[in-house]
Design a protein around this ligand. Structure first.
Ligand SMILES: Nc1ncnc2c1ncn2[C@@H]1O[C@H](COP(=O)(O)OP(=O)(O)OP(=O)(O)O)[C@@H](O)[C@H]1O
Ligand SMILES: [Mg+2]
Length: 505
């Protein structure tokens, strides 16, 4: 039971203390309008404030951080109504997007907002709510909190020193102790699971379980029973009753990976579990109370999924109390050296006795690593470092210990297109590795020139063919000056004079 303070000043009530963070303020997190000039990040924390007046005229104030506030006569409500006109579970107040609503839970005597009986209603600050004989004045407390980038180079499992990652660490540090539901967005290998684990470790639930469920890896028809459990005999093969992952995560955190893969028909069931804080097993009627923090991850843009009707808007809002976008590794090249060192220090692949086999990364190798575009992000970096360790014979990883596509990355980068690297892979990538032998019996300079020449020719040819020989379009896509593009295309015999004339704007 929550104990109201009998009068001011403002007191935060115990219990689940999720911070309500405005999704609109957060969608711009880590860059954009959410950023402060000082490099910090602004979050708007929104709280529900209720001032209660009972039949005898006594007042009490409640302030809640959590997304749902339950009102009723039973002890497990957030506002316990000692009122014989109130139903056991009378009503609840919840947030949808930036708005607050009240819903009557089929109470006997009804829920009233500004003297109108309602089944559900939007709440404005200042609204008077009546449940039974109890009056509650509703208002929203919005508090702008400026979060400075972390001063440290690591937080839990997160390592990095660039501004992008220190801002992320600042926000993670701030929101971890709250119960806020978090959605992590980012490309594959950017560290979504690392961040989720860090949030759990820094939360009040750290001693509880951390359960991972990958919505993309389990057959859709089994997901419901995996998440919510099932009763014996509820479907063919259900030989015994089984707890679902939500029950197993009780008191801890459930990490729903690849949430964008969750089928549309399962989404309302997840929404219900989040809103009601209870689950029902497949084939069972009994609601089971759960106390679980949800962190979800996706490498899709969930807002886009909502627009395309592949993800429910209500679930999007319920999950996305805090949305964090993880930067791609190519956006934080200055972290590559630090991450590499961290991997050499902690990787079991580099351990000999009590020490490290390989001590560091040479300057040239580091430059090559920085120049590469890392479509697989930190996971790919880890694989490359591990592989390089197995080749490395000295103390430092050299450029020769790196795979060819990375040791040559510096050259590629000089002329790369703006196309996203994963897109390049999807489009078939480069065939250079197959067509240009890497000559080591000539000087480095000559070998590099030959490789560069082959790269330029192939690159220009592909782009010209994609744009049906339209030089202006091809040059624009390559982000190269049109004249320069034409000169190169001529040099490699890809165009004659005619194309140029046709294409002149
Ligand atoms: N900031 C970081 N600091 C240290 N290690 C990291 C960081 N980010 C990622 N890693 C490491 O990179 C690897 C991939 O991270 P993780 O599994 O968290 O990525 P992910 O975003 O969940 O990827 P996917 O979308 O493919 O599931 C892990 O080995 C993790 O330890
Ligand atoms: Mg993952």
């Amino acid at each position: 039971m929550a104990n109201p303070t009998s009068s001011m000043p403002t007191t935060q009530l115990p219990g689940n203390s999720a911070q309500l963070v405005s999704p609109s303020a957060l969608s711009a997190l880590l860059g954009g309008t959410g950023s402060l000039p000082s490099g910090g990040t602004a979050l708007t924390l929104r709280r529900t404030r209720l001032v209660r007046t009972d039949a005898d005229g006594n007042t009490a104030e409640y302030i809640f951080d959590q997304p749902i506030v339950k009102l009723g006569a039973m002890d497990d409500n957030d506002v316990v109504l000692d009122d014989d006109q109130a139903s056991r579970y009378h009503a609840r107040i919840y947030q949808e997007g930036d708005d607050f609503l009240i819903e009557d839970l089929k109470s006997t005597n009804g829920t009233w907002v500004n003297r109108v009986r309602v089944r559900d209603a939007w709440l404005r600050s200042g609204a008077m709510i009546r449940v039974g004989n109890t009056q509650l004045r509703f208002s929203v407390q919005a508090e702008r909190v400026d979060i400075a980038p972390s001063q440290h180079e690591s937080l839990g499992g997160i390592v990095g020193r660039t501004e992008a990652i220190r801002r992320l660490m600042g926000v993670v540090d701030r929101i971890a102790p709250t119960g806020a539901t978090v959605v992590l967005e980012g490309e594959t290998g950017t560290g979504k699971e690392v961040v989720a684990r860090t949030i759990h470790q820094l939360s009040k639930r750290a001693a509880g379980p951390f359960i991972v469920f990958d919505c993309g890896a389990v057959q859709q028809n089994l997901i419901e029973s995996e998440l919510f459990g099932h009763e014996k005999g509820s479907f063919t093969g259900a030989l015994a009753s089984r707890q679902g992952l939500f029950e197993m995560a009780n008191g801890g955190t459930i990490f729903l990976d690849e949430i964008g893969e969750l089928a549309l028909d399962l989404q309302p069931k997840l929404l219900r579990a989040l809103e009601q804080r209870e689950v029902r097993r497949v084939g069972g009627n009994r609601p089971i109370k759960i106390d679980v923090r949800v962190i979800a991850a996706t490498n899709r843009d969930l807002a886009e999924e909502v627009k395309a009707d592949r993800f429910r808007e209500d679930l999007f809002y319920r999950l996305g109390v805090v949305r964090l976008k993880l930067p791609a590794l190519r956006e934080r090249q200055d972290d590559i050296g630090l991450l590499g060192q961290h991997m050499l220090r902690t990787g079991s692949f580099n351990r000999v006795g009590d020490g490290q086999k390989v001590k560091g990364i040479s300057y040239e190798a580091r430059e090559a690593l920085r120049a590469y575009q890392w479509p697989g992000n930190v996971r790919e970096l880890l694989n490359v470092i591990e592989r390089a360790c197995s080749f490395c014979e000295g103390d430092l990883i050299g450029v020769d210990d790196l795979p060819d596509h990375i040791s040559g990355a510096k050259v590629v980068r000089m002329r790369r297109s703006n196309t996203h690297p994963t897109e390049q892979v999807r489009q078939g990538g480069s065939s250079l590795g197959n067509t240009v032998p890497l000559l080591t019996d000539i000087s480095f300079k000559s070998a590099k020139e030959q490789w560069l020449g082959a790269f330029e020719k192939e690159y220009l040819a592909k782009l010209l063919s994609r744009h049906s020989g339209n030089l202006s379009q091809a040059a624009r896509e390559a982000d190269v000056d049109r004249k320069h593009f034409r000169r190169l295309a001529r040099k490699y015999g890809l165009i004659g004079g005619g194309v140029e004339e046709e294409d002149e704007e």
